[in-house]
Design a protein around this ligand. Sequence first.
Ligand SMILES: [Cu+2]
Length: 489
Amino acid sequence: MKPLSRRNALALGVTGTAAVAAGAAGLHWSRTAGLSTGGGAALKEPVTLASRQGRLAVRLEAAPARIGIGGRTASVAAFNGSLPGPTLRLDPGDRLNITLVNALADPTNLHVHGLHVSPAGNGDNPFISVAPGQSYEYEFVLPPDHPPGTFWYHPHHHGMAAEQVAAGLYGAIIVPDPAPIPVSRERVLIVSDISLDGNGQIEQVSLPERMMGREGRTVLVNGQVRPALQAAPGERERWRLINACPARYLNLQLEGPRYQLLALDGRLLSTVSDTGQLLLAPGNRADVLVTPGEGRWTLRTDRYDRGGMAGMMMGGGTSAGTPSGLLSFDARGDPVPEPGPVPEPGPVPRLPVLRDLREEPVTGRRRLDFSMGTGQGMGPAAMGFTINGKEFDAGRVDETVSVGSVEEWTLSNSSPMDHPVHLHVWPMQIIQEGARDLTGPQWQDVVNIPANSEVKVLVAFDSFPGRTVFHCHILDHEDLGMMGVVEAR
Ligand SMILES: [Cu+2]
């Protein structure tokens, strides 16, 4: 199928856009005989487990599960039989205890992505391995000044991460704003992708697909195919979007309602601005205020060219994703649940001033080069995914930093594919990146490094001594070795 350019898609207008989305889904359905057309069911949200009096204790069982997807039963993996897993709601200063039960056939573990918590001991420690049939007691303590935001949890076992996340193991973590922005409703929207065969089994992934980063053919929102959202015209909603796809970039086309970007990766932005397009790399989150007029729209993800391996291996290849409809949004008539006038959303309150590390002394500079190389011309199997020429080794410390220091890291990408770089525990302030306007402080915990380019970030290694990792969040790349160890002392 010839890729449809953005220009062509736009030329087709609103009706055409809907047809494009339907067409992409049609392609999938025809390849998986027996599937109903799916879509259209009301959006479901996972159950929310909220802390009380500073504590939340949760048992999460990672297990094979049979889940209805697109009108048929799929064999996946899920936390507590729910895809996504339960949403965890925590306040700054809270203590979160998770009993992780491994009912999978492979070892697993748990990462609380984006939380600023200790990586030591039974905290957010990516070196933990929980064997099949075993369980593990995690404890995460949020500092009293933990920023509010949208975070998520997922397995992070080296060698298993892509497969286990692709199978359905992920869930949201929310730290609410101290002064919530008035909205009619808040929705958690976790986007994932999956490829199912005719029997509802997850398809095997080939080595070349892993090297590209696997992209499932069917894009899901909260485990559903194109769920339907309803609102009254003029209502303001807050969407907490999470890209839980192992490799797919979400190139969201925000057309129709008014979309205002409020936060990225769990950090409120210094100013709220209207936006028509949003790129979320794997692992990224965005909080968006959505205010529809009257109408019906499909939220779409469009193609995004994240490069490929052309010239590096036989067959080359690129992965630009497929245009896909994520959900339908209906704001027609008078679907207000309660009678009475629709509340006026009003202006967004003033947001807190963000820390700007450009005003603080930098005590160290380092350069991390993310690369893909064929070793000794041995063919695809010898392709190495490295950082500074080294594949991941859990027993080696690659970077040692001082607790309390501020460092400037140059993240360079000498490969022909984008790599979204994630540093655990400490968020990154982007200070230099292509054409982006960086006048205000921009904080993210997954920073995309486009092919053959570099991005500079500042990191404040606050609070927590211990060992943790930085890696490519195309989870197949991480599993193939593109991960390093940082120790804060
Ligand atoms: Cu990568």
